[in-house]
Design a protein around this ligand. Structure first.
Ligand code: PLP
Length: 287
């Protein structure tokens, strides 16, 4: 099936979907984005993703490309034209194309690109066996809470993980505390049973999956703490896991090659994953 991509008002065949060489997304990473899971043709937690997009745009003083109602129509149309039932929607907004200059252009129109693609079912072994992470220094800029396309540090970290045979890299701040994964949020369960994830300040991206899980946890009577945790604490944890739109919840069973607890997925992690799957399944599919 040929794929269709939305670019600035037009639905184009994937091969013809192009932006200008002087687009500021390309020149300066002057662009923000969202990745939204598609299930049964519907967008999972769409409202939270659009709220985060609006926040990212506001933080970098970029005008929205269109009103929210129009944007929602475009997103649905891209999903529909690509006939995606289960997959991912990617949308990117840049400040537009203009002669190269750090100063914002006065009259450039934002560039909007929207893509959707089907995804194969997640490899069940990831959940059954869990995944390994390595730790790397967090070398990103000071505002990773803004979801910009400036993802080179994330890419370098993920590549380092894969070269080491690991699934993800957990980035570590100057005080030895985990900020987050390169494309996932990081969580541990302490020996005392606290469920810990870093507070959503400027040091991490406030993941939509993180947000959804926090909401679910509050109804489960669990002891939840939003605070930083050190690499040493993570290595001594009873359980560890990661969350993201692309993975939902996956158990982390090793850190820098050393097993977390007995090296098997934690029982609480698996319970939370089942809860989260049910939460996603309860959302509306395509209208
Ligand atoms: N942290 C970073 C750096 C990310 O890039 C992502 C997702 O791309 C996440 C966390 C998880 O966020 P979400 O749950 O919204 O996918």
């Amino acid at each position: 099936m040929s794929r269709i991509t939305y670019v600035n008002g037009r639905y184009l065949p994937y091969v013809d979907a192009l932006v200008h060489v002087e687009d500021r997304g390309f020149q300066f990473a002057d662009a923000v984005y969202e990745v939204i899971a598609i299930r049964r043709g519907g967008l999972v937690d769409e409202a939270w993703h659009l709220a985060r997009l609006a926040r990212s745009l506001g933080e970098i003083k970029m005008a929205p490309p269109m009103g929210e109602a129009a944007l929602k129509m475009v997103l649905r149309e891209v999903v529909r034209r690509n006939r995606v039932q289960n997959g991912l929607l990617y949308l990117q907004v840049s400040r537009g194309a203009a002669p190269r200059d750090f100063v914002f252009p006065r009259d450039a129109r934002p560039t909007l690109v929207v893509m959707a693609r089907s995804q194969r079912r997640q490899d069940p072994r990831l959940l059954e066996e869990g995944v390994g992470v390595i730790t790397v220094p967090d070398i990103r800029w000071a505002r990773p809470d803004i979801k910009t396309v400036g993802l080179l540090a994330n890419s370098l970290g993920k590549q380092q993980a894969r070269a080491a045979g690991a699934y993800e890299a957990w980035q570590v701040d100057r005080d030895g505390r985990v900020t987050e994964g390169t494309s996932t949020n990081a969580w541990i369960v302490t020996p005392e049973g606290e469920v810990v994830t870093r507070q959503a300040d400027h040091s991490i991206l406030n993941g939509v999956t993180r947000r959804g899980l926090l909401q679910l946890l509050s109804g489960e009577g669990l002891h939840l703490v939003e605070r930083p945790f050190s690499v040493a604490e993570a290595k001594a944890a009873r359980e560890a896991f990661l969350t993201s739109t692309t993975n939902f919840i996956l158990p982390v069973v090793s850190i820098d090659g050393a097993p977390v607890a007995n090296g098997h997925p934690g029982t609480l992690t698996l319970r939370l994953r089942a809860l989260y799957d049910a939460y996603v399944a309860a959302q509306r599919g395509a209208p």
